[in-house]
Design a protein around this ligand. Structure first.
Ligand code: GLU
Length: 452
């Protein structure tokens, strides 16, 4: 059976590099195994889900090189969720609870004081029909919990009930269903939390592998029980480590600067972002892969480590620079043109080693066209000689060599004392691309003007 994976973001904000990591893990898994990749928007939270975010997520995935085989959204699949809900209710596995958040908080505190884990005591199961009717008459609306199969018929006497799986990343995992509260599947307002629709959709869509962040490990124990309650076998799971910020905090959709959208707008190469998002936090080296097939070839899900990985934007700068230095003109000609950068292939070859983002070539193009010469007092005479000795005609590939050897002979200067005054006079900068390669773009007229 061909694997079917899904990336299931909630469209409640822009996705960041950590979400891209999950998407890429699924994508690479599908592509390596000849399987298919579903983009499923988990948009059961009607208030916070926005169509604009969903559209942007599709664009972001496309930018990263991910092309889903199918796109779907949970809000269009309510019949499936309802059928699953009915099935659980009929089986007596979904029960109404009326506690307010404050009452639940009090219960948790009481348990904590007695040194007990904060597990819901199922007291709602004890309510009689009359008591329920009374609560509803008072205006209370129920939320619904899934009765975890952690007992032998008497839900008030739980016993250790382990759900185990062989995790694609973390190896053998075991969660004791007696250590957790019955999960709430339906809110007071009747809307579903993520847990049940996700399982119902995974079953209906034939998902074979669920690859997601390790913040879902405990969830998985409960979800395996829901798969079983719905008569299905749970898929295989893989829980990858999460990315944190450089200071160790979790990434959040509110951290706008790390959104894929803003990284794209800042001129990073998609393959630099994708390589880092996927290869960070693995036992292998983090290197920029030139294209998606190489990244797919390179990545192995079993190399993902268990501990969280720190994401540092400076690492992205470094990877991006390495990719950019290797970019051929033909790959980026239209981008240079769109950014108003002239000089064609020769100019790109002259500057690419000095830029860490493609559009930064514009800085040097600007310097070619307009530079504020910097000539210090002690270099005045030297620059005057340099102007005299500039070889005739339009500068070409041999101009720099001829010019500087003539200058060396005439002035006795060499090394930095020879090159730096010329660089500062011609570009206004102390560092930059090899000067000889820039001369043909600056041209004779402008050179003479800057040397006076
Ligand atoms: N919408 C969930 C999330 O973003 C999906 C988790 C899952 O992959 O099951 O965390």
């Amino acid at each position: 059976m061909k694997p079917v994976v899904r990336f299931a973001p909630s469209p409640t904000g822009n996705i960041h590099i950590g979400n891209a990591r999950t998407a890429l893990m699924n994508w690479v898994y599908a592509r390596k195994s000849g399987g298919s990749f579903i983009l499923r928007f988990d948009d059961t939270d009607r208030e916070r889900s926005k169509a604009e975010y969903a559209d942007q997520i599709e664009k972001d995935l496309h930018w990263l090189g991910i092309e889903p085989d199918r796109v779907d959204r949970q809000s269009a699949r309510i019949d499936i969720h309802q059928a699953a809900t009915d099935r659980l209710k009929e089986a007596g596995l979904l029960y109404p609870c009326y506690e307010t958040p404050e009452e639940l908080e009090k219960q948790r505190k009481r348990l904590a004081m007695r040194g007990k884990p904060p597990v819901y005591d199922r007291s709602a199961l004890k309510l009689t029909d009359a008591e329920r009717a009374q609560l509803e008459a008072e205006g209370r609306r129920p939320h619904w919990r899934f009765l975890l199969p952690n007992h032998d018929g008497d839900p008030f006497t739980t016993k250790r009930t382990v759900r185990e799986w062989d995790d694609l990343v973390r190896g053998h995992q075991a969660i004791d269903l007696a250590s957790m509260s019955d999960p709430v599947l339906i809110r007071e307002d009747g809307s579903w939390l993520y847990t049940l629709p996700s399982v119902a959709d995974d079953i209906d869509m034939g998902v074979t592998h669920i690859i997601r962040g390790d913040d879902h490990v405990t969830n998985t124990g409960a979800q395996i029980a829901i798969f079983e309650a719905l008569g299905a076998t749970a898929p295989q799971f893989g829980h990858h480590n999460l990315l944190t910020s450089a200071s160790g905090e979790g990434l959040s959709k509110r951290l706008g600067s790390l959104s894929i959208r803003s990284l794209a707008a800042d001129g990073y190469e998609p393959m630099a972002v994708a390589s880092l998002a996927l290869l960070i936090g693995t036992s292998g080296a983090v290197e920029p892969m030139p294209d998606m097939p190489s990244l797919i070839e390179r990545f192995d899900i079993s190399s993902v480590t268990k501990s969280a990985a720190k994401f540092d934007i400076s690492e992205l700068d470094g990877l991006n620079a390495r990719l950019v230095h290797d970019l051929e003109y033909s790959q980026i000609a239209s981008r240079l043109e769109a950014a108003g950068i002239g000089g064609g292939e020769a100019f790109w070859n002259a500057v690419r080693g000095n830029v860490s983002r493609v559009e930064e070539a514009g800085f040097w193009w600007e310097k070619v066209e307009r530079a504020e010469p910097v000539i210090s007092g002690e270099d005045r005479d030297f620059i005057a000689v340099a102007r005299e000795l500039l070889p005739d005609g339009d500068p070409d590939a041999s101009t720099w060599g001829e010019w500087t050897s003539a200058l060396k002979q005439a002035t006795g200067r060499k090394g930095r004392g020879l090159f730096m005054p010329l660089r500062k006079a011609l570009t206004g900068e102390e560092h930059g691309p090899e000067l000889g390669a820039l001369l043909p773009f600056i041209g004779r007229e402008r050179m003479l003007a800057r040397l006076s």
